[in-house]
Design a protein around this ligand. Structure first.
Ligand code: ZN
Length: 290
């Protein structure tokens, strides 16, 4: 387990965006680039129009897990290109655009992890706080029901701590946004995002869709004076996002769904209990036309 104190001692620069400061994690040059010193690395594999599958790679053993490998051919090609063997499939929730590539024949020797029997080809049912390993990488399951009741986020660390840790958030947490409440209510999404907020600030967010531009437009409509949002907007304009990833610490600064207590979000929603604010904020987002 990564010590949270390891990074807590680092000074937090004015620009907290992870990849603008020295870090062993670099995914910038190419989605297939490798970290020379790192044991754990994550390779995004864009699938469908705007989904992200990922390879979670243990460099030392050349083993990898495929996260939401909807497009099996593409994910396998990425694994071949990286020279790794897929030994597990990890599913964030049962929606077809995430679990639809799980057919057992695609990964015959790999356990398929997920949060309910609704997950296609499930072989390892997981619940909150369960853990397992992919090579030398430790994976911890965080139950975050709301978008679906079987939504699980997966927090990954390696014991060498060459990587600050990452979390695969599926359709629960997006950059500057969150997933729709298909099977849940505001209190559940508030609990889910609060739970993710307990991870170290340096934790890199690997989300399930590329929705950043629309999310930022909405976030600005409810939190127009937020300087962190202006920073995110510039990162998008400069082409850094979406090629780079944000952190849990970043999201706490600019994601309106993680800022329910802030004055602008209270004002935009009419205030009140966190659960009511979350429901009101999601309704505003659902109705937002940009
Ligand atoms: Zn979904």
């Amino acid at each position: 387990m990564l010590s949270t104190g390891h990074f807590a001692r680092l000074p937090r620069p004015k620009s907290s965006f992870l990849l603008l400061r020295p870090t062993p994690y670099r995914a910038r040059a190419s989605p297939f680039s490798s970290t020379a010193a790192g044991r754990m690395k994550v390779v995004p594999v864009p699938v469908r129009d705007d989904n992200y599958a990922y390879l979670l790679i243990d460099d030392k053993s050349n083993k990898a897990a495929a996260i939401d490998p909807y497009d099996v051919r593409k994910v396998k090609a990425a694994a071949d290109s990286a020279g790794v063997e897929i030994v597990a499939a990890i599913t964030t929730h049962h929606h077809f655009d995430h679990s639809g590539g799980n057919q057992a024949a695609a990964f015959p020797h790999a356990p398929i992890y997920g949060g309910s029997e609704k997950v296609k080809a499930l072989s390892k049912l997981v619940k909150d706080k369960d853990g397992f390993n992919v090579g030398n990488i430790h994976v911890r399951c965080l139950a975050t029901p709301c978008h679906t009741q079987d939504s699980i986020c997966y927090y990954v660390t390696d014991d060498a701590a060459n990587h600050p840790g990452g979390v695969f958030t599926g359709d629960t947490l997006f950059i500057a946004g969150c997933g729709r409440f298909f099977e849940g209510i505001g209190s559940e999404m508030h609990a889910a995002l609060t739970y993710l907020g307990t991870l170290p600030n340096e934790t890199i967010v690997y989300d399930g869709h590329e929705y950043t531009k629309g999310n930022v437009a909405f976030a600005k409509s409810v939190d127009p004076a937020n300087r962190a949002l202006a920073r995110l907007e510039k990162l998008i304009k400069d082409g850094i996002i979406p090629n780079e990833r944000t952190t849990i610490g970043d999201e706490k600064e600019w994601n309106p769904f993680m800022r329910l207590d802030s004055a602008p979000i209270q004002k935009a929603t009419g205030g009140g209990e966190s659960s009511a604010v979350m429901d009101a904020l999601r309704t505003l987002k659902n109705n937002y036309k940009g």
